[in-house]
Design a protein around this ligand. Structure first.
Ligand code: AMP
Length: 296
């Protein structure tokens, strides 16, 4: 076990859990499993784990012989004005949660391991999947995600990759990357896990003020209003989106970044809402960027 990141008090508590920072060491374990015909489920994360992450882990457990989780806050996917330095980092608590879920191997690379001097490659998915939604507001973000996930897949070489529908554009983009590059990994997209009041779980929720946390469920409430308006017979996108906006505008602290209706497979904007349409939004509350979506 690589203990260089772990305080002594924790190392005794995580005996069953292997925590490794070097891609070569990860590969050593996973290649052995593959040679023994064991399947591997892989859950990449940026840590500050919550039930949303843990549901991915549980799904991976159900469907595979071995589970690998990575924890890495990837600098490449944050813009200069974004919250890289403020992103919550809770490694000790994360490892305790993963131990409880009986995860065997955790990959915790450092920036040096991921991007050593001389690193010169970017994996870039192009086309309609990375045009609208978050891509329009976070230039370079998805290149950072595809590059890091390509590297993680190279180290772990899993049978299945587990991603959350919460980051729907990310999941669609990664599935496309895996297909295009013939990486031979099955992509499994899991439903959004929510707090008791409907707020989509997110590591960033920890950064909300008490007041911000109180009003944040309005995002999901508004999306549900959009769905109800459609179910009552309104199919014009502009009208449905306008009803959603009305709800969000009730809370002055919410700064909507985008609200779109797109086809949930192609992510192309739609003029009329129908079954399979995804209503998706990003908004700032207390300068914390939250995203959510609902598929009709
Ligand atoms: P992150 O640590 O935010 O990069 O997320 C790691 C993975 O967990 C991604 O595939 C996310 O889509 C997924 N995830 C994050 N929050 C949730 C949630 N509330 N429900 C389901 N999956 C989630």
């Amino acid at each position: 076990m690589c203990l260089k990141l772990l305080p002594a008090s924790l190392s005794s508590r995580v005996k069953a859990l292997k925590v490794l920072a070097e891609p070569d060491l990860i590969r050593h374990h996973t290649r052995k499993w593959l040679l023994n015909s064991q399947s591997i489920g892989f859950v990449p994360t940026m840590g500050a784990l919550h039930e949303g992450h843990l549901e991915l882990v549980r799904q991976a457990r159900k469907e595979n012989d071995q589970v690998v989780v990575s924890i890495y806050v990837n600098p490449l996917q944050f813009g200069p004005q974004e919250d890289f330095s403020k992103y919550p980092r809770t490694l000790v608590a994360d490892l305790a949660l993963l131990e409880k879920e009986k995860v065997g191997l955790v990959f915790t690379p450092s920036d040096k391991e991921m991007y050593p001097e001389g690193f010169s490659t970017t994996v870039k998915v192009t086309g309609s999947l990375v045009k609208g939604l978050c891509a329009a507001y976070r230039p370079g973000h998805f290149d950072g995600v595809s590059t890091v996930v390509a590297k993680l897949l190279g180290a772990v070489y899993p049978t299945r990759l587990y991603l959350g529908q919460k980051d729907s554009q990310q999941a669609a983009m990664l599935r496309q990357m895996i297909l295009d590059l013939d990486l031979g990994v099955e992509t499994v997209i899991c439903p959004i896990v929510r707090e008791y009041d409907g707020l989509a779980m997110s590591s960033r929720n920890k950064r909300l003020t008490l007041e911000g946390r109180k009003i944040a469920p309005i995002l999901y409430k508004a999306l549900k209003v959009g769905k109800s308006v459609y179910e009552l017979g309104e199919v014009e996108t502009a009208n449905v989106l306008s009803e959603i906006k009305k709800v969000i505008q009730e809370e002055k602290k919410v700064k909507l970044q985008y609200l779109e209706a797109v086809d949930s497979k192609t992510l192309a904007p739609v003029e009329r809402i129908e079954k399979g349409t995804m209503l998706a939004l990003a908004a700032f509350i207390d300068e914390v960027r939250l995203i959510d979506n609902i598929v009709i």
